[in-house]
Design a binder for this molecule. Structure first.
Ligand SMILES: NC(=O)c1ccc[n+]([C@@H]2O[C@H](COP(=O)([O-])OP(=O)(O)OC[C@H]3O[C@@H](n4cnc5c(N)ncnc54)[C@H](OP(=O)(O)O)[C@@H]3O)[C@@H](O)[C@H]2O)c1
Length: 247
């Protein structure tokens, strides 16, 4: 196996399951010390840390809570001293009619996804080594023309993350690269909430005729974080099986 992350320290927010957990496994397999955050499921986070081994660690963080994020970065600074990779992976959503969608729910989603990504990047900046990389998670739903009314807050937050990626890419250059991955529908816990008809309609709109797997998103994240992407900053990489091409 190629060991692209030997002696690198990697922080993945929301790394306890789904895409984040698969990304943690990939980085650890390629030599990294991985710090993951979780929100409510301490058991899964601990099990994953046991699986990753080494000096890997898990920290409980609610990304909607400023103080939690500040404590996280104090801990990273105290325990690890620096970061080589930050993956801003946490993303939450809920559905509702955009004309009656509660402001409180809008605020929860925007502060978790958008302000959380913003503050993590800001607080990571002084810890990032020369040549470090930040990878943000947007979504197919963050692309212009791909927002869906029932998830207006999520789509808006994810569109903001694409814009924020480009702005931080300029602000952190030349020492740090900042890129974004936009997954299509990916086989994680969210898919278990879809009925068969909804799942079939998504598959029908994906040229590869299947959902994406978390490992496929993880490999795109690792690519952008690695020296293989040393010339790439400010991009949004769509990993959506062609869904955003439209039918
Ligand atoms: N899955 C898809 O189809 C898809 C498609 C496009 C984009 N994405 C994006 O890819 C990223 C990962 O998606 P996923 O499906 O792998 O997510 P997931 O399975 O829902 O995992 C979410 C992770 O975030 C943590 N988390 C949840 N609420 C949090 C909060 N308020 N503060 C801090 N952490 C919190 C969870 O911790 P606990 O388990 O401890 O609660 C878990 O580790 C997200 O940004 C998502 O928007 C996913």
């Amino acid at each position: 196996m190629i060991m692209r992350f030997q002696e690198k320290t990697v922080l993945i927010t929301g790394g306890s399951r789904g895409i984040g957990a698969e990304t943690a496994r990939l980085f650890a397999a390629e030599g990294a010390t991985v710090i993951i955050t979780y929100h409510s499921d301490e058991t899964s986070a601990s099990e994953l840390i046991g699986e990753l081994g080494g000096n890997c660690a898990a920290v409980r963080v609610d990304l909607a809570v400023e103080q939690d994020i500040r404590v996280l970065f104090e801990k990273v600074r105290g325990d690890f001293g620096h970061l080589d990779v930050l993956v801003n992976n946490v993303g939450v959503t809920s559905s509702g009619d955009p004309l009656t969608f509660p402001l409180s729910e809008w605020n929860r989603i925007i502060s978790t996804n958008l302000a959380g990504t913003f503050l993590c990047t800001q607080l990571a900046a002084p810890l990032l080594s020369k040549g470090a990389a930040v990878v943000n998670l947007s979504s197919l739903r963050g692309l212009e023309d791909h927002g869906r009314p029932p998830i207006i807050a999520y789509s808006t937050s994810k569109a903001g993350i694409i814009s924020m990626t480009k702005t931080f890419a300029k602000a952190l250059a030349p020492g740090v690269r900042v890129n974004c991955v936009s997954p299509g529908v990916t086989n994680t816990a969210i898919v278990e909430t879809f009925d068969d008809a909804l799942k079939a309609s998504f598959i029908a709109s994906i040229y590869l005729e299947r959902l994406l797997e978390p490992a496929e998103i993880a490999s795109a994240i690792a690519f952008l974080a690695s020296d293989d992407a040393s010339g790439i900053t400010g991009v949004n990489l769509r990993v959506d099986g062609g869904q955003s091409l439209g039918r």
